[in-house]
Design a protein around this ligand. Structure first.
Ligand code: NAG
Ligand code: NAG
Ligand code: NAG
Ligand code: NAG
Length: 549
């Protein structure tokens, strides 16, 4: 009997997961929990702001299955959209799920919701929204309530009447009322940790003065109704521009709750990625992102990239070229983020019934992942590299490879350097002399020749151990075999897709058809606990270990 009890207790402990340490607050640029530890938001967007006003996908899978698939893809959070009129227009909020589908003629979806989610189908829309939030909470997933638009429908254009304060569907007073209602509705819901006050401000009426006036008002209203939530503010020009904050900060009556959000897609810059040289475009757009929003991090404000994403079929060159550059910067800044998007399909979008979403992480029928290699690529960004509470003995560097989402690692002394999980990465130092040392040793990385595996050595002052960050993207690690050599070699991944080699540097001449991505590395600060055994041994034995070899 007592053995059985012990077994049950053990099973209970194994299945126990810490409840969300809400409410969250901010400490300089970091979002932290009640004990002061960093919580990195690794969210996915989930849409409820279209005409139906029901979370997408409930016709495809049971709610709990969807929530569990979100967790299994490594996301800890959902940016859950809602249209303002859902809470401010009695004609809409009084509708049940059934009535909403029915009024749009979506009979097939309705029948499928009845099959997959029978307990939701006769709930009022707002109760169905709450049920989704609650179920996400049951699965330990945090939620950010995102006021995406006023009038339910696909977002966003400059002329849709939902763009800025004073537009046809965007009355500031009604907006503040709606935010207040929504904030108080969830004031006892622990997994609701933030509110995005308004998505993608834009259009002919947008201006900085009204931005301060109304965003501050909205923030105060939300905080008064629900002091637990983070208050998340979007910039101008479709949330591409927060540059005005460099001169003047937001003034709020309460501290440690303010977060800024940025959107960054390939198409934010039209067709620039496809029509330019990737090194050059990456360099210039990264600088522009830093000027428009990235600077906030160094000023001590959390930055949440609340929309980014690509066509996950991998067929869009503009998207593909952008994505390596995006991942490099997102890893270096170690920002919070929300991928666009979860839904594999829509009930009804822009007049099309059952439209597929190729940016969606789930397949059309919501039964599986659309592209597991895409998810693998973003997975290393799902946990923090830096921030309060991370426990590495000393901060170190990792060499991050955005094309794969992996890092330069080494399993054993006899094995060549290869790509591996960033959690098992080598810990590096990058010195002022451009030497890449194994942390805590005098052993450095050295080039051996064109197409050759890189090697280690202890003579670290020669040309072959001098690694400079070159090209417009500053993502090529370049070296020379000898000081007199006229040609450079760049760190690269060999033809096995795994082994780290050096080869001729690619695309430095701004060729628009050349793809340098395999040679892109970012040297990133990390304080992740060092998990690999060898790294621990390195640390314990330091130079001795290597000098014995
Ligand atoms: C709600 O419906 C009633 C009756 O159809 C209509 O008169 C009223 O204008 C509607 N309210 C709104 C806010 O659209
Ligand atoms: C939807 O169902 C209603 C009632 O069952 C029916 O009157 C209507 O014709 C159906 N619409 C479509 C498009 O099938
Ligand atoms: C939450 O909001 C409701 C109104 O929706 C209010 O009655 C209640 O007192 C609030 N609770 C807290 C803890 O603020
Ligand atoms: C996943 O994306 C990669 C490129 O990012 C592409 O090569 C591959 O075909 C995609 N897989 C599927 C199943 O779409």
């Amino acid at each position: 009997m007592s053995n059985l009890l012990l077994l049950l207790a053990a099973l209970f402990l194994l299945s126990w997961q810490p409840t969300l340490a809400a409410p969250l607050s901010t400490n300089s640029r970091w979002i932290v929990d009640e004990s002061g530890r960093r919580v990195k938001l690794a969210c996915v967007n989930w849409v409820t702001h279209l005409e139906v006003m029901v979370a997408e996908g409930l016709s495809k899978q049971p709610l709990d299955v969807i929530s569990k698939s979100i967790a299994s893809m490594g996301f800890n959070c959902v940016r859950f959209t809602w249209p303002l009129f859902l809470v401010t227009d009695g004609n809409l909020s009084s509708l049940t799920v059934r009535q909403s589908f029915f009024s749009l003629g979506l009979n097939e979806s309705l029948s499928a919701v009845e099959v997959n989610n029978p307990t939701l189908v006769d709930l009022p829309l707002l109760e169905a929204y709450k049920a989704v939030v609650r179920n996400l909470g049951d699965n330990n997933i945090m939620v950010i309530l995102d006021n995406h638009i006023s009038k339910p429908g696909w977002c966003c254009s400059n002329s849709d009447g939902n763009g800025f304060f004073g537009d046809k569907y965007f009355d500031p007073d009604l907006w503040v009322d709606g935010l207040t209602k929504m904030a108080s509705l969830f004031n006892d819901t622990a997994n609701v940790i933030g509110m995005s006050l308004r998505n993608e401000l834009r259009g002919p009426k947008q201006n900085v003065n009204d931005w301060y006036k109304y965003m501050q008002r909205g923030a105060e209203a939300v905080h008064a109704a629900n002091p637990n939530v983070l208050v998340i503010l979007s910039g101008l020009s479709f949330d591409n521009d927060l540059s005005f904050l460099s001169n003047k900060q937001v003034q709020l009556s309460f501290p440690s709750k303010l977060v800024f959000e940025l959107h960054w897609y390939a198409f934010s810059n039209g067709n620039a990625w496809q029509s330019g040289s990737p090194n050059q475009v990456c360099g210039s757009i990264s600088s522009s992102v830093m000027r428009r929003a990235g600077f906030l991090v160094s000023q001590g404000w959390p930055l949440f990239i609340s929309e980014f994403g690509i066509d996950q079929r991998g067929t869009n060159t503009n998207d593909n070229r952008y994505f390596g550059c995006f991942l490099g910067l997102a890893a270096e800044l170690d920002v919070d983020w929300a991928l666009w998007t979860l839904q594999g399909s829509y009930y009804l979008r822009e007049g099309v019934v059952g439209m597929e979403e190729f940016y969606g992480s789930l397949s059309y029928d919501w039964s599986r992942q659309r592209n597991s290699s895409f998810l693998q690529r973003i997975s290393t960004l799902q946990s923090p590299f830096q921030g309060p509470g991370l426990s590495a003995i000393k901060p170190y560097k990792v060499l991050f490879h955005p094309a794969t989402g992996l890092c330069v690692a080494k399993k054993s002394l006899s094995e060549p350097l290869h790509l591996g999980q960033c959690d098992e990465s080598e810990a590096w130092d990058y010195t002022g002399q451009h030497t890449l040392l194994l942390k805590g040793t005098t052993v450095c990385l050295k080039a051996a020749g064109e197409g050759e595996k890189v090697k280690f050595g202890t003579i670290c002052s020669d040309a072959a151990s001098n690694w400079e960050l070159i090209s417009d993207s500053t993502m090529h690690l370049s070296t020379k075999l000898t000081a007199n050599s006229s040609s450079s070699l760049c760190l690269d991944v060999g033809s096995d897709g795994r082994t780290i080699v050096t080869s001729t540097c690619l695309c430095l001449d701004r060729d628009q058809t050349c793809d340098p991505e395999n040679q892109w590395f970012r040297i990133i600060d990390s304080s992740r606990p060092v998990t690999s055994k060898r790294s621990l041994i390195d640390w314990l034995f330091g130079n001795l270990w290597w000098n014995l070899l």
